[in-house]
Write a protein that binds this ligand. Sequence first.
Ligand code: ARG
Length: 462
Amino acid sequence: MTDQSSNQMWGGRFAAGPDAIMEAINASIGFDQRMAAQDIAGSRAHAAMLAATGVISDSDAEAIREGLLTVLSEIQSGEFQFSTALEDIHMNVEARLKEIIGEPAGRLHTGRSRNDQVATDFKLWVRDQLDAAESGLLALIRALLAQAEAGADWVMPGFTHLQTAQPVTWGHHMMAYVEMFGRDLSRVRDARTRMNESPLGAAALAGTSFPIDRHMTAEALGFDRPAANSLDAVSDRDFALEFLSTASICAMHLSRFAEELVIWSSAQFRFVSLSDRFSTGSSIMPQKKNPDAAELIRAKVGRIYGANTGLMMVMKGLPLTYSKDMQEDKEQVFDAADNWMLALAAMEGMVKDMTANRESLAAAAGSGFSTATDLADWLVRVLGLPFRDAHHVTGSLVAMAESKGCDLPDLTLDDMQSVHADITQDVYSVLGVQNSVNSRQSYGGTAPDQVRIQIERWKANL
Ligand code: ARG
């Protein structure tokens, strides 16, 4: 029945084997062997269900179960011989199963196709990665909370346009990233919930005439339910796209933080020292300590966006249901997942180890006329000026300080009164940076009390 010169899985219809180039373009085993554990889990669930529904005998199911465990251990120990001629992980596993247990192996593929098989395996793989991303994000959030707690009231400049804007607290800045990574965490959880429907049993595309129990296999594999439309089940790669888009947004957040760490660790800023464990030196310049991990995290976003865009392009315009184009879904997802997890772990390590330079932060917080808004607010609150007029008066005072080469608190009361006669000594009480941050008590503001409220809220949530 099987012509050995053609394919042992479908050789019946073929007189000749494939050209070497055909084999090279067709095979996915070079990369989809990463789904071996998921493939075997899916096959075990399927075999157990086929026995429970009476489609195959209990003794065949038992032989299949035992055989699959042997195959799994061969793969895990590295002794398994993967074959390109067998195209992909599904056929490699099944062919080896046949070698080990003989005839019952041929019954495993009853009521199933590689189309629902690959969708199931890949979903299980992506689901594992979402779980890994959840752990990575939680660890990073915890590291940021520890930094925020330590420096809840340390002052630093807040920036817009990378120009000094208003003083903020170190804790507040760290908590901004907690909010971002917190949203990433919720996207990861949402994606996991949405994807958790089992394609297994959709068979090639139309379902099967065998009395299979898709609820049973769904449950065995930890899915919430079987996917409700067999055509959709084998066509759908939304779950991989949602994984990549979630990874892309998170990588974007990571890259923004990485960029800040690169700037902050420079000799011109000195806001943070990165640990030796997460820095590199230069082979020629002995003084250098380079933030390579941050730079690489900043760069990872490129390949992760690339994977997202790449898979979008593969999927767009494909007619239902399965097309071989869809085999191109895996490598990009594997690469994006590896690099996302690595970036999360590296960022967590850097955040845990880094030391904020409290003095440099404070010195920078007071420079650049950072309390100009506090001065304008004082003119509104105490002198009753309309804000637009207060803005103008403050602008003149900033220009005066700039021409004198001093900061706002260094202007004399005479200087102040030369611009607006009603200004009193009391104005100096709002020109200090600590006072400035303490005063920003609005919900979500930078006042240390407010920052601590948010830290406590997050700690309770986690
Ligand atoms: N290696 C294939 C993939 O990754 C498995 C599914 C093949 N199905 C088929 N009908 N040729 O998509």
